[in-house]
Design a protein around this ligand. Structure first.
Ligand code: NCD
Length: 336
């Protein structure tokens, strides 16, 4: 794996490697000293052209836990607002000696562009590009589901995939890179995916995606789901009116209190409710659902750090055993 640009081109083997390595990273996160020296002396740049809370701090925490030097670059307040091109920014980062660039960009395809030119010779990790992909979000979602089901089965999640699991992804699919990355990855890992949205919020060509499509959230719940993933209504990308009103949207497409009760009524006692954040409470998800014991929203955030550690580790230090580094961590600094 040279870069991490999308889940569409991720093989099952690569995906499982990342998830299994993330399990090892999660164990590091439970120690008193949550740090490995694996990326000591390496520089990771977080290059963010769009706002972000979770993804940026998660990548920062991940790189720091691996002892990398981290440079946070946000387009606001930088020379980008003076009109600097992506090429000049990339060449500047190359001159600084960046080993990996984590890029979030409003333009679909920007990470691919960085990876395919000779502007910079660094590992590129896509942290969300336009409405295209958000691979580490899908990986942390898959990691969260895999852990949940392994726990139910009383087994170890390492090495397992998501065969036979029913995942529904509901909401603003049209503008969602999270939905796209999840559809590809979940399918690669053997899950059955159903997209649920109003027709206006489904992209052209969705019928050729490897998933089912429904316009009826209640019918989807009644048919049975193991994981219900809600998507944010992305108002900042909406330059048109896609549904009559917020009230109408939440009545038909939101995961409200009545639908939370419906899970119990349908006997779906182990179904989890997911959301990548940030949430519009009261619109696509009710507070009772977001804060219920079924909600994995905060687990997704913690798991994000482990998954991003795994991705950075495999790209920058690939091949070495994680535990090799932890031995260094223990002996480091102790005089011989
Ligand atoms: C997602 C994103 O930025 O694409 N959020 C995230 O990374 N946690 C989803 C969203 O913004 O709705």
């Amino acid at each position: 794996m040279k870069h991490l640009l999308s889940t569409q081109d991720l093989s099952r083997r690569d995906a499982l490697d990342i998830l299994d390595t993330a399990e090892e990273m999660a164990r590091v996160g439970q120690r008193e000293v949550k740090k490995l020296p694996a990326l000591r002396g390496r520089t990771v740049v977080n290059l963010f052209f769009e706002d972000s809370t979770r993804t940026r701090i998660s990548f920062e925490a991940a790189a720091k836990r691996l002892s990398a030097d981290v440079i946070n670059f946000s387009a606001k307040g930088s020379s980008v607002s003076k009109g600097e091109s992506l090429k000049d920014t990339a060449q500047t980062l190359a001159a600084i000696g960046a080993d990996a660039v984590v890029i979030r960009h409003w333009a679909s395809g920007a990470p691919q562009r960085l990876a395919n030119t000779d502007w910079i010779d660094a590992k590129i990790l896509n942290a969300g590009d336009g409405t295209h992909e958000h691979p580490t979000q899908a990986l942390l979602d898959a990691f969260t589901m895999r852990r949940h089901w392994a726990k139910l089965a009383g087994t170890d999640s390492a090495g397992t995939d998501l065969s036979g699991m029913r995942v529904a992804i509901a909401g603003d699919v049209l503008h969602s890179r999270v939905a796209r990355s999840n559809v590809w990855l979940l399918r690669t890992l053997g899950a059955r995916v159903t997209l649920v949205a109003p027709p206006t919020l489904l992209p052209v060509g969705v019928e050729s995606w490897p998933c089912e499509v429904s316009y009826d959230l209640d019918a989807t719940l009644e048919a049975g789901v193991d994981s219900m993933m809600m998507l944010r209504v992305q108002k900042e990308r909406m330059h048109d009116s896609f549904f009559p009103s917020a009230r109408e949207y939440s009545r038909r497409w939101g995961f409200d209190d009545a639908r939370l009760d419906a899970l119990d009524r349908h006997g779906l006692k182990d179904t989890i409710i997911m959301h990548p954040g940030p949430m519009n409470r009261g619109l696509e998800i009710s507070s009772a659902a977001a804060d219920s014991p079924r909600s994995t929203v905060l687990d997704q955030v913690s798991n994000g750090v482990s998954v991003r550690m795994a991705a950075l580790y495999l790209l920058l230090a690939g091949g070495r055993d994680v535990e090799d580094h932890s031995t260094e961590a223990v002996t480091e600094g102790i005089p011989a």
